[in-house]
Every structure is written in C-alpha cells, then in structure tokens.
Write a protein that binds this ligand. Sequence first.
Ligand code: KIV
Ligand code: ZN
Length: 389
Amino acid sequence: MSQTTNIRIFDTTLRDGEQSPGASMNIEEKLRIAHQLEKMNVDVMEAGFPIASDGDFEAVKRIAQVIKGPQIAGLCRANDKDIDRAWEALKYAGERGRIHTFIATSDIHMKFKLKMSEDQVVEAAVKAVRRAANYTPNVEFSAEDAVRTRLPFLARVVEAVIAAGATTVNIPDTVGYTIPTEYFNIIRYLKENVPNVEKAILSVHCHNDLGLAVANSLAAVQAGAGQVECTINGIGERAGNCSLEEVVMALRTRHDILPFSTNIKTEHIYAASRLLSTITGIVVQPNKAIVGANAFAHEAGIHQHGVMMDKSTYEIMTPESIGLNQNKLVLGKHSGRHAFNQRISDLGYELGKEDLEKAFVRFKTLADQKKEIFDEDLDVIVADEIIRV
Ligand code: KIV
Ligand code: ZN
C-alpha cells in the first residue's frame, strides 16, 4: 500500500494576503477570517506582522488569545526589535505561537536592498533564529527571494538556520519567477545537499506573477516540501499568492498521483472564500478555479446533458466537497428560522442572537417582495448586522 504524506497548510491571508491592494482589514474583520480558518482546520495561520503597526500588533495578539486550534504565526524581520515585538503579541498562543523571521538571500536583494555581504546575511539570520528560539521552539525562517539565490549559498543559509534552531525553513518564490521543474530541482537540491535538513520542515511560498504559484507549490511538494504557504482566493502582493483552495483541492482530487493529504476540512472552503470577498470587497473572478461563480456551472448543452446522466462526465470534484449546494433549500417567504440560520452559517457569517433576529425580520420583509432570496440578498441583509466575534 502506498504511503500518504501529510502536508501542512500555512495560511497567510491575514499577513501576505492583507498586503494586496485594498485588502487591509480591521481587527474585527481579521478575527472573523481567523475563526473561519480555524473551522477549516489550517495547520498554521499567519496573523500579521506585529511591528508593522499597532493595529497589526493588536490583531495578532487578539488572534493568539482567542484562536485555539491552529498554530499562530507572526512575521518579523531578522532584528531584535522585530522579534521581541512579535513574541510580545504571539506569547498568548503559548506553544502554538510561531515566530516567523526572514531576511533576503539573493544577490539582487543583498546588494540593492540590504547592502550586506553573504557573511553578514548568514550572521543576521542565525542571530535572529537564536533569539527567536529563546522564546519558543517553534521558529520559522524564510530566505526571501530564495528562488533567485545562488543554490550553494541558499544551502549554506538553510544549514546555518537549522543549526541555530529553525524548525521550519521557507524557500519563497518572492517575485513569482520560477517554473515547476526549476522549483522542484531547488527543493530536491536542498533535501539532498543540506546536512541535517530532516530536522526542519521545508516550506514553500509562491507568488503568482506568472500564474504558476499553485503548479510550483505542487512540484515542490513532490520534491519533498512539507508545508505550503497560501491564501484564500489567492490574494496577496501583486498577482497574489498560491491559492489555498486550489492547492488543497488539487491534492485531494489527484490523490491518485499525488500521495499527499492535508488536514483541511474542505467543506468550509466556499464560505471562507465568500467571507473574505465580502469583507475586503475584492471580487472573485467568475472563472476562478474552485470558488468562482462558474466553477461548477455547465452552460453548453452537451455538458448539461452529460452531467444530467452522470456528474463525473464533466465534474472532477463535487460542489459539496467545497461546501457548495449542501443546502438545497430555496429561501422564500415560507422559509422559517431554521433554514435561514443554516444558510447564514453556510455563507460563513457568525451572527449573534440579536443580529440574527434583526436579519431574519429583514429577510421576511424582502421575501414578501420577491420570489426567491439569493445568497447575494443575504449578503446585503446582514451587511449591517454582522461583525461579531
Ligand atoms: O514573499 C515572500 O518572500 C514573503 C516572505 C516574507 C515569506 O512573503
Ligand atoms: Zn510573500
């Protein structure tokens, strides 16, 4: 029997995702996303960059206080002040708190941004990891712009930070430049050439500038990476990050040739996508894989006929597997509280008793005026009542 390797899902919607233009969120909004990520059972959620602002610090602290399942990560540059501030916020998560420190390792970044030599970068990385490890054994190090780093130097950095105490080492494609075969070879090279590499989990973090973030992440997993960093709806800097729903559903759907599993409860994916989109106002393109409005729609006659005969003709995964169509009840004026509450929850909303009652009254009023109430109507109805955590 073939062995299945579990891949950790590290969600960075609240940190790298929030760096998308127009995606900044307040603390309450971040908490709502954090609860949904918890429901989805991500292994790690990166809650923010505590030194970046007081708001981000408070958000990381609050998430560390209230979220109970996943590990909570906070980003910090490789300097004492950043690391201390990160732990100040993360300490509330106890042993689930993860300090994520980074420094760039590519020639371009070292020369133009850091103005540091290779030796200085290694020294700063090691010092940062040691300082973080004094707070917690759960330390992640990222070699920013790893893909454009000379491989022997990248291997030297990875070896040094593992020796200093990093338990996860991330190899980011910061500028979305790599292609699957190249990224596979980088991860394989590190796996084969770095002494003690097995003491840490190698992580991958792909940006989507060439539309290859998911493909690159899958290639890296095949080469031995144990953690994938990603965001809901693929939001993130520039063209975004690897999309959580795409990478998770690819691993699930092609388990026949990808012997990997994740801990994600995929039936919460659709609600997560909608919640994020509602909060940020960033719409999901209709043809977006997995969560786009057309992802499970069949328009062509031949396709419709095929699907009516047997869904597997044109569907490679079921809509139910991402939490779509689970509740087939049509909402209208005859619908009661139970159906209404259920749909609200399926859509990813968490309303308090009073808000739920107010929303229900508004729903009934609207239902008197139109035949069917759609999800979009519910979005509008609850828009003023939600924000509760
Ligand atoms: O893209 C990147 O390199 C990052 C690191 C800070 C992990 O976001
Ligand atoms: Zn990034």
